[in-house]
Design a protein. Structure first.
Length: 327
């Protein structure tokens, strides 16, 4: 009888623990969140996205960047997608987001989902799933994306202007901004590796090439031969030309970014800044020497952390019918 009583109590404790876990999951993110409410949702995302990436691989970097820019401001709530109104300038129109591309891709994915399951899948989840799909489609790692995010209703341009890590940031600023959203120094080094795909505009490196300290000089942290190559492409005042962030393989997700940074050929000051801290420098050096031995796994882990920043779940926020407009 004593053993039976103990077993009964133990069973009740386990049942209670299981119930608490279920309740916790119900209020947060889950793998397969839409399995019952919108079966095939992730397949719809993949198929729609593939139509775009297969025609233009450069969109992958833009869509990854869009997710990053969204999560850094108010968490991963799709606030970066909201269009400005006469009464409010939104994140989309902030200077750091002026060069974002791929809003039409997000709209196409959302439209396809709305036809299948009206009012079910959030724009925030679309962004997270599209970021992963984009990376995978250009040779990068796969990671689990738990879903169940809700969409925010607030988007303010100045928040993006002042809180997104700028391309001219030094290592101190970068570490502070990443820590501010719960990301570690290692996450900083790892997520910077996303620059293995994509392009940069000449305007973002003009001062670095021609007026670094206000005396018409070039950033001494930049390899002189690489600086000379950039100057041929980016003449003073050039606002139209773009250059690859990872020359030679900017359409493929690989570890070459770290090799470039180790050789002082990172395009932005924020790339070069990784050599100014012991932990980030060690990561750069290790990946460049080992041909990115752990980069894919590390990137997947850091992207999961990024996608969990400040999420709205349960009854918070809303499910937007159109990603550019609050319901």
């Amino acid at each position: 009888m004593a053993i039976q009583k103990i077993l009964t109590v133990l069973f009740l404790y386990l049942a209670l623990a299981f119930l608490l876990v279920e309740l916790t999951n119900a209020g947060g993110l889950q793998l397969g969140f839409y399995q019952r409410t919108c079966p095939g949702a992730e397949l719809i995302v993949h198929q729609t996205l593939y139509r775009y990436i297969s025609r233009d691989r450069t969109l992958a970097a833009s869509l990854l960047r869009m997710h990053f820019h969204d999560c850094f401001i108010r968490g991963c709530d799709a606030s970066v997608l909201i269009s400005s109104t006469g009464n409010n300038q939104t994140e989309k129109d902030a200077i750091p987001n002026k060069t974002l591309r791929g809003f039409n891709v997000i709209d196409a994915v959302k439209s396809a989902l709305e036809k299948k399951c009206p009012g079910v899948v959030s724009c925030a989840d679309v962004l997270a799933l599209v970021a992963r799909g984009s990376v995978v489609m250009v040779g990068g790692p796969h990671w689990d994306v738990p879903t169940g995010r809700r969409d925010g209703r607030v988007s303010i341009a100045n928040e993006a202007l002042f809180n997104l890590p700028p391309p001219f940031a030094n290592i101190t600023v970068l570490k502070q901004q990443f820590a501010g959203v719960g990301l570690s120094v290692k996450d900083l080094a790892v997520l910077s590796g996303g620059h293995t795909i994509g392009i940069g505009h000449c305007t973002t490196i003009s001062d670095r090439l021609y007026n670094f300290t206000g005396k018409g000089d070039t950033d001494p942290a930049l390899d002189p031969r690489y600086a000379a190559q950039l100057k041929k492409k980016c003449k003073p005042g050039n606002s139209k030309t773009v250059v690859a962030m990872d020359p030679g393989s900017f359409k493929s997700f690989d570890e070459d970014y770290y090799t470039a940074v180790a050789k002082r050929r990172g395009l932005f000051q924020s790339d070069a800044a990784l050599l100014d801290d012991a932990e980030t420098r060690d990561y750069v050096t290790t990946q460049s020497r080992t041909h990115g031995l752990t980069f894919a796994l590390d990137f997947a882990e850091s992207m999961v952390k990024l996608g969990n920043i400040g999420v709205l779940t349960g009854e918070q926020g809303e499910i937007r019918k159109r990603c550019a407009f609050v319901n």
